[in-house]
Design a protein around this ligand. Structure first.
Ligand code: SAM
Length: 239
């Protein structure tokens, strides 16, 4: 089965049964990312910070090709480290979903607070599983977590990889917007936003920004939510 068929099969037969926070219409952006990365032969694994039960990490794993690996960090049952109560991860529930939907994939689930990942941990992560072409940031939602997780992600991102930032500008989670603003105003990051919709901000490194923008622009132009906007000096497709 191709990765496209696997993804569509999960969306039809599995998506609704997995607890979590992913918009149904995220399928099209995920398929576009996959098309761009396949065309450009961008290789690498999938990483998520904040797995909960795997509702998004499962499809990211289904997008992987032979030899590409996935890692998911979550505090899982150590909920005293989930200081802003964003979700409530469960190692067992997540593992069951990976066993059910992608039993043959190499998925490493790690019970860790993303703030505890030091430089050596990041090097180990890269050496063992990276770099990553698909990264979802959806763990702690304070500004500190957002800055930390964006810095971590760009460190382990494959050139041409995509970072998917959850809850960018959500009234319930203002820390993500505060953290992203600090990240863009205080650093000169190598990643830049190119698309924004379904509660996710999509970023890639500046080398590939135009490549992703040129794929997303025609796909969403004319759709009800479409607007071409500028964010931190970068062109972005809002959809
Ligand atoms: C909103 S949920 C994630 C939703 C998930 N991505 C999905 O597809 O439905 C947030 C998750 O982040 C975890 N979390 C909270 N703080 C964290 C931290 N500091 N490090 C790692 N995970 C954290 C929570 O346990 C929870 O499972």
């Amino acid at each position: 089965m191709s990765s496209r068929s696997r993804l569509r099969d999960y969306w039809t037969n599995g998506f609704e049964s997995v607890e979590g926070w992913v918009h149904r219409d995220l399928l099209q952006p995920l398929e576009l990312i996959q098309q761009v990365q396949e065309r450009a032969d961008i290789r690498g694994g999938a990483l998520e910070i904040g797995v909960h039960h795997g509702k998004l990490l499962v499809p990211l794993v289904l997008m992987l090709r032979a030899g590409e690996q996935a890692v998911g960090f979550d505090v899982f049952e150590d909920q005293d480290k989930n200081i802003d109560h964003s979700g409530y991860g469960s190692y067992d529930a997540a593992r069951r979903n990976f066993d059910r939907f992608c039993p043959d994939a190499a998925v490493t689930l790690v019970k860790r607070d993303s703030l505890s990942l030091n430089t050596k941990d990041r090097v180990d992560l890269l050496e063992r599983h990276g770099p990553f072409r698909l990264i979802s940031i959806d763990g702690g939602h304070t500004s500190v977590h957002a800055v930390n997780d964006l810095l971590l992600s760009q460190d382990v991102l494959q050139n041409g990889g995509v970072v998917i930032l959850d809850d960018f500008i959500s009234p319930h989670w203002p820390g993500v917007m505060e953290g992203a603003a600090k990240f863009f105003e205080h650093y000169t990051p190598k990643i830049a936003p190119f698309a924004w919709g379904m509660n996710k901000l999509l970023l890639t490194d500046v080398t590939y920004h135009a490549v992703f923008l040129n794929a997303f622009m025609p796909a969403f132009t004319g759709t009800p939510g479409f607007k071409a906007v500028r964010l931190w000096h970068h062109d972005v497709v809002a959809f």
